[in-house]
Design a protein around this ligand. Structure first.
Ligand code: NAD
Length: 256
């Protein structure tokens, strides 16, 4: 059910963070893996026996070239594509947001997934799996994150549409919405404090908390799931924790 032997996978944004943990987990389960990243992933790839390919996901030609190169280097069409590359830049209120932040976040988080979903199918076997990385920011807005949240909500919408379009080829398309995860992007102290106050599990995630879910969505175990956005958030979306309620109202239970 969770075996990936003989599968070919491409993971974007996998020179570090969540993407690298996913690439490692796939390689451990027998998949051949290409890491497609804007930064040089040669050393990181060597550790897990993956193949590094340069790719700027915000550039359509670069994305198309990375898929073509991955097929060539892996010796056949892909079975698993993970569109994970992203940036977490947040800023002031919308009225004061710089165009440069809008262009950067939208270019990578939104257009990166558009180009990935546009070009992946031609490089994939029927019956494959595409997994994008959205975010809990798609569902829970934090001040200053308007552009980031919108880009991640768009990933949910694109996932549903692509699932509809690719169902006839039995290609499944899902996305994962991580809560705060301890990476270069998510390791900020505020993130940790937010998780302690806001999540049922009371802690930020590790990249290994995430990678198992990417294995699940890539594998046979999830073969009847498509078009879904999985919240992997330690219970953040369930509602206020007892500790938070106590802090705000002075009582650990809801007001009667
Ligand atoms: N860490 C968190 O708390 C968190 C929470 C929710 C969602 N996410 C999402 O998870 C994904 C991975 O983030 P992470 O936390 O591992 O961050 P990270 O910064 O550790 O990794 C991001 C990766 O994307 C690559 N990248 C950046 N721009 C690129 C581009 N233009 N083309 C190709 N690759 C590019 C980086 O080189 C890096 O390898 C992102 O989409 C992010 O939005 C992260």
């Amino acid at each position: 059910m969770f075996d990936l032997k003989g599968k070919r996978a491409l993971v974007t944004g996998a020179s570090g963070g969540i993407g690298y943990a996913v690439a490692s987990a796939y390689a451990q389960r027998g998949a051949s893996v290409v890491i497609a990243d804007i930064t040089d992933a040669t050393d990181a790839a060597a550790v897990i026996g993956a193949i590094p390919v340069h790719c700027d996901v915000s550039n359509e030609d670069s994305v198309a070239a990375a898929f073509a190169l991955a097929v060539e280097k892996l010796g056949g069409l892909l079975d698993i594509v993970v569109l994970n590359a992203g940036v977490g830049d947040v800023g002031p209120a919308l009225a004061d947001t710089q165009q440069s932040l809008i262009d950067k976040v939208t270019g990578i988080n939104y257009w990166g997934v558009v180009y990935g979903l546009k070009h992946a199918p031609a490089s994939m076997n029927d019956g494959g799996s595409i997994i994008s990385t959205s975010s809990m920011a798609a569902f829970i807005n934090l001040p200053g994150s308007a552009i980031y949240s919108a880009s991640k909500k768009a990933v949910v919408s694109l996932t549903e549409m692509a699932a509809l379009e690719l169902g006839s080829r039995a290609i499944r398309v899902n996305c994962i919405c991580p809560g705060y995860t301890n990476t270069a992007m998510g390791s900020a102290e505020e993130g940790r404090a937010i998780c302690e106050a806001f999540t049922a599990l009371g802690r930020a995630a590790t990249v290994e908390d995430m990678s198992g879910v990417y294995v699940f969505l890539a594998a046979e175990a999830s073969r009847y799931m498509t078009g879904q956005a999985l919240k992997v958030d330690g219970g953040w979306s369930c509602g206020p924790t007892t500790a938070l309620l106590e802090l705000v109202t002075g009582s650990a239970t809801a007001p009667g």
